[in-house]
Design a protein around this ligand. Structure first.
Ligand SMILES: [Zn+2]
Length: 147
């Protein structure tokens, strides 16, 4: 699968969750887990798509710490909580679409203003980060929902 095809699956998870936030985890070029944001439906402030998809995978694999080779795709730049969760889970690579600077007002008022790459840079891990995959599609997805 191409990164664009994988991001399309993350978009599908977002659309199912009725939020602009979806995430999938890939290993050996196959999607191994997927989730959307469920903050409202679960009444859980930590139920961001990235946390949900990591929780589903680590629960299923019965380990809090993934072996190397797992890539997390997200429709949006992971927030500080989600970036930290990627570190704690042992995610090897983060691929996201839009980030705060992609929005016209320059920032998302619901975000803690610490870039994902800064969180990872302050960690002892060497998680690779890529961004901008299907940016226009994800910007359009976000535009359907009020901030
Ligand atoms: Zn988050």
């Amino acid at each position: 699968m191409t990164p664009e095809e994988i991001m399309q699956m993350a978009i599908a998870e977002a659309e199912k969750s009725e939020t602009p936030f979806g995430a999938v985890i890939v290993k050996d070029n196959e999607i191994v887990e997927r989730a959307g944001n469920s903050v409202q439906s679960d009444a859980d402030p930590t139920a961001h798509a990235e946390v949900n998809v990591i929780r589903k995978l680590t629960t299923r694999l019965k380990t809090p710490s993934l072996e190397s080779g797992y890539t997390l795709y997200s429709t949006c730049e992971p927030c500080a909580m989600c970036a930290a969760t990627c570190f704690w889970a042992g995610i090897s690579e983060i691929v996201y679409s839009v980030d705060a600077s992609d929005f016209e007002d320059g920032h998302n008022p619901n975000m803690i203003n610490i870039p994902c790459e800064d969180i990872i840079a302050k960690s002892p891990s060497s998680i690779k980060i890529k961004s901008g995959i299907l940016k226009e599609e994800c910007k359009q997805l976000h535009s359907k929902y009020p901030l």
